[in-house]
Ligand binder design. Structure first.
Ligand SMILES: [Zn+2]
Length: 168
Protein backbone atom coordinates (compact mmCIF):
# COMPACT_ATOMS: atom_id res chain seq x y z
CA UNK A 1 0.00 0.00 0.00
CA UNK A 2 1.21 3.49 -0.84
CA UNK A 3 1.39 5.16 2.55
CA UNK A 4 0.94 8.54 0.91
CA UNK A 5 4.37 9.93 1.84
CA UNK A 6 5.45 12.53 -0.71
CA UNK A 7 8.61 13.91 0.86
CA UNK A 8 11.72 12.27 2.22
CA UNK A 9 11.64 12.19 6.05
CA UNK A 10 15.44 12.66 6.15
CA UNK A 11 16.16 15.39 3.60
CA UNK A 12 12.71 16.76 2.76
CA UNK A 13 13.07 16.35 -1.01
CA UNK A 14 10.23 14.82 -3.07
CA UNK A 15 10.11 11.02 -3.12
CA UNK A 16 9.77 8.88 -6.22
CA UNK A 17 9.26 5.14 -6.50
CA UNK A 18 11.63 2.50 -7.73
CA UNK A 19 11.46 -1.25 -8.17
CA UNK A 20 13.64 -3.35 -5.89
CA UNK A 21 13.49 -7.10 -5.36
CA UNK A 22 10.26 -7.22 -7.35
CA UNK A 23 8.52 -4.64 -5.15
CA UNK A 24 7.85 -0.98 -5.86
CA UNK A 25 9.24 1.07 -2.99
CA UNK A 26 9.51 4.75 -2.14
CA UNK A 27 12.88 6.17 -3.18
CA UNK A 28 14.79 9.38 -2.47
CA UNK A 29 16.63 10.41 -5.65
CA UNK A 30 18.59 13.11 -3.83
CA UNK A 31 20.10 10.67 -1.35
CA UNK A 32 19.80 7.59 -3.57
CA UNK A 33 18.22 5.48 -0.91
CA UNK A 34 14.99 3.56 -0.43
CA UNK A 35 12.43 4.38 2.21
CA UNK A 36 11.34 1.08 3.75
CA UNK A 37 7.91 1.25 5.29
CA UNK A 38 6.51 -1.07 7.95
CA UNK A 39 3.06 -1.69 9.36
CA UNK A 40 2.28 0.07 12.63
CA UNK A 41 1.40 -2.23 15.57
CA UNK A 42 -1.73 -1.66 17.63
CA UNK A 43 -2.82 -3.85 20.56
CA UNK A 44 -6.34 -4.73 21.61
CA UNK A 45 -7.61 -6.29 24.83
CA UNK A 46 -10.34 -8.91 25.04
CA UNK A 47 -11.83 -9.17 28.53
CA UNK A 48 -14.64 -11.42 29.71
CA UNK A 49 -16.50 -10.95 32.97
CA UNK A 50 -17.77 -13.79 35.17
CA UNK A 51 -20.99 -13.96 33.11
CA UNK A 52 -18.97 -14.54 29.91
CA UNK A 53 -19.81 -11.10 28.63
CA UNK A 54 -17.21 -9.20 26.59
CA UNK A 55 -15.90 -5.70 27.28
CA UNK A 56 -16.39 -3.02 24.62
CA UNK A 57 -15.78 0.72 24.58
CA UNK A 58 -17.79 3.43 22.84
CA UNK A 59 -15.30 5.43 20.83
CA UNK A 60 -15.45 9.22 20.88
CA UNK A 61 -12.65 9.79 18.36
CA UNK A 62 -12.12 8.88 14.74
CA UNK A 63 -11.73 6.38 13.32
CA UNK A 64 -14.98 4.81 14.41
CA UNK A 65 -16.31 7.66 16.55
CA UNK A 66 -19.75 6.79 17.94
CA UNK A 67 -19.18 3.06 17.42
CA UNK A 68 -18.15 0.27 19.77
CA UNK A 69 -14.79 -1.47 19.65
CA UNK A 70 -12.42 -3.51 21.75
CA UNK A 71 -10.26 -1.36 24.03
CA UNK A 72 -6.86 -0.75 22.45
CA UNK A 73 -4.44 1.53 20.69
CA UNK A 74 -0.98 1.93 19.24
CA UNK A 75 2.06 0.28 20.76
CA UNK A 76 4.55 2.93 21.85
CA UNK A 77 8.33 2.74 22.07
CA UNK A 78 9.46 1.37 25.41
CA UNK A 79 6.51 -0.99 25.96
CA UNK A 80 5.70 -4.51 24.81
CA UNK A 81 2.49 -5.19 22.85
CA UNK A 82 1.08 -6.84 26.00
CA UNK A 83 1.88 -3.76 28.05
CA UNK A 84 0.27 -1.55 25.39
CA UNK A 85 -2.93 -3.61 25.57
CA UNK A 86 -2.96 -3.30 29.39
CA UNK A 87 -2.22 0.43 29.28
CA UNK A 88 -4.93 1.18 26.73
CA UNK A 89 -7.38 -0.96 28.66
CA UNK A 90 -6.66 0.95 31.85
CA UNK A 91 -6.86 4.34 30.12
CA UNK A 92 -10.13 3.59 28.35
CA UNK A 93 -11.97 1.52 30.97
CA UNK A 94 -10.23 1.90 34.34
CA UNK A 95 -9.67 -1.88 34.54
CA UNK A 96 -6.29 -3.53 35.24
CA UNK A 97 -5.84 -6.87 33.50
CA UNK A 98 -3.31 -9.63 34.16
CA UNK A 99 -2.19 -12.83 32.46
CA UNK A 100 -2.12 -11.86 28.77
CA UNK A 101 -2.36 -14.53 26.06
CA UNK A 102 -1.96 -13.83 22.35
CA UNK A 103 -5.11 -14.48 20.31
CA UNK A 104 -4.11 -13.42 16.81
CA UNK A 105 -2.29 -10.81 14.74
CA UNK A 106 -4.20 -9.24 11.85
CA UNK A 107 -2.67 -7.28 9.00
CA UNK A 108 -4.81 -4.59 7.41
CA UNK A 109 -4.60 -1.45 5.34
CA UNK A 110 -5.93 1.68 7.01
CA UNK A 111 -7.16 4.51 4.80
CA UNK A 112 -7.69 6.65 7.90
CA UNK A 113 -4.10 6.37 9.10
CA UNK A 114 -2.65 6.22 5.59
CA UNK A 115 -0.59 3.16 6.43
CA UNK A 116 -0.88 -0.53 7.18
CA UNK A 117 -1.51 -1.86 10.67
CA UNK A 118 -0.81 -4.99 12.66
CA UNK A 119 -3.71 -5.49 15.06
CA UNK A 120 -2.49 -7.67 17.94
CA UNK A 121 -5.22 -9.20 20.09
CA UNK A 122 -4.74 -10.41 23.68
CA UNK A 123 -7.06 -12.15 26.06
CA UNK A 124 -6.46 -11.95 29.82
CA UNK A 125 -6.80 -14.36 32.71
CA UNK A 126 -8.54 -11.78 34.83
CA UNK A 127 -8.81 -8.17 35.86
CA UNK A 128 -9.46 -5.87 38.78
CA UNK A 129 -11.03 -2.46 39.25
CA UNK A 130 -14.32 -0.80 38.40
CA UNK A 131 -15.32 0.45 34.97
CA UNK A 132 -14.51 4.13 34.54
CA UNK A 133 -14.63 5.19 30.88
CA UNK A 134 -11.84 7.58 29.98
CA UNK A 135 -9.37 8.75 27.37
CA UNK A 136 -10.92 8.23 23.94
CA UNK A 137 -13.86 6.15 25.24
CA UNK A 138 -17.12 7.77 26.31
CA UNK A 139 -18.61 4.50 27.61
CA UNK A 140 -17.38 1.02 28.52
CA UNK A 141 -19.65 -1.95 29.08
CA UNK A 142 -19.74 -5.74 29.13
CA UNK A 143 -22.00 -7.19 26.42
CA UNK A 144 -23.45 -10.70 26.18
CA UNK A 145 -22.08 -12.39 23.07
CA UNK A 146 -25.55 -12.72 21.55
CA UNK A 147 -26.26 -9.00 22.07
CA UNK A 148 -23.13 -7.42 20.59
CA UNK A 149 -23.56 -4.01 18.96
CA UNK A 150 -22.08 -3.34 15.50
CA UNK A 151 -18.31 -2.92 15.80
CA UNK A 152 -16.18 -0.14 14.35
CA UNK A 153 -13.50 -2.51 13.05
CA UNK A 154 -13.71 -5.82 11.21
CA UNK A 155 -10.33 -6.82 12.68
CA UNK A 156 -11.79 -6.61 16.19
CA UNK A 157 -14.67 -8.87 15.22
CA UNK A 158 -12.19 -11.37 13.78
CA UNK A 159 -10.13 -11.36 16.99
CA UNK A 160 -13.25 -11.63 19.14
CA UNK A 161 -14.69 -14.52 17.16
CA UNK A 162 -11.37 -16.36 17.31
CA UNK A 163 -11.15 -16.24 21.10
CA UNK A 164 -14.83 -17.14 21.43
CA UNK A 165 -14.26 -20.26 19.29
CA UNK A 166 -11.06 -21.12 21.20
CA UNK A 167 -12.95 -20.93 24.51
CA UNK A 168 -15.53 -23.33 23.08
ZN1 LIG B 1 16.17 12.10 1.16
Amino acid sequence: MDAGKKYCPWCGKPLTTRAEDGRVRLYCEAEQRFLYENPVPASTAVLFDDKDRILLVLRNREPGAGEWSLPGGFVENGESPEDAAKRELLEETGLSAYGPALIDVIYQESVFYGTCLLIIGYSFEGFSGDITPGDDASDARFFPLDELPPLAFESHRTIMMKIVSLRG
